[in-house]
Design a protein around this ligand. Sequence first.
Ligand code: HEC
Ligand code: HEC
Length: 213
Amino acid sequence: MFYARAIWCASLLALCATTAHAAGMDGAKIVKDGTSSGAAACSSCHGMDGAGMSAAGFPRLAGQNADYLAKQLRDMQQGLRNDAVMQPTAKALNDKEIAAVAKYYASLPAKGSAEPAASEDLLKKGEQLAKLGDWSKSVPACVQCHGENGSGVGAHFPAIAPQSANYLASQLRNWKSGARHNDPQDLMKTVAEKLSDDEVAAVAAYLASLGAR
Ligand code: HEC
Ligand code: HEC
């Protein structure tokens, strides 16, 4: 009786320990080394700390919602989001690996990388758009969906600050061109297609500057 119980307990513990180990370790290991099936080491572009590389347009992933990150990787696999740099790596990941890397990056404190300086005029114009929108062109305020300070709301409305200005601008352009068409009900396409190039630059510079404050 004692033996049977001891063995049962020991094997349960071993099982729990292995599962916890796998769930905790996989994400960090893939981020550091990539996978044998061809996914590149995420850390070489997004960093182990998930801050990204602003100048290169590599987005910050740290602290972004895990379900949102996983959705983006699946959307890239399905061609709803087209990018020559990320797509081969996204396609090389299986569902378990996607869940593990998303969980890893989501667990880190939100933090971006250094941004180039922007002029006060540009930042003011960007702040206006982000907080109030432009009702003369029916552009809603970004914070209406993305939350106060653009810090994100749940799994569907991602954090857009702090985030690389280059990356933000490239996503707005991708919605205009159709390279990215994964947003529910065209919510972002509708916003992006109303913005001029100057407005894209302004709102991207403002949102990126929030990381430094
Ligand atoms: C060679 C550089 C590079 C590597 C390596 C890389 N990425 Fe990326 N990643 C990018 C770029 C560039 C983008 C922006 C793609 C776009 O414009 O749509 C991106 C975008 C993403 C996004 C979308 C983020 C968002 O906010 O929508 C996720 C998620 C992501 N990468 C996860 C990963 C994971 C996980 C790995 C490792 C398995 C990885 N990346 C490896 C460059 C890289
Ligand atoms: C009506 C709601 C709504 C408004 C207003 C809105 N967004 Fe979005 N935005 C979304 C949704 C939903 C997504 C996620 C799309 C997806 O699932 O890939 C998104 C995603 C984004 C992304 C991609 C983030 C990433 O890392 O993948 C950027 C950049 C962005 N929005 C910028 C903006 C800016 C700038 C404004 C203001 C000019 C704005 N949004 C206003 C709903 C909105």
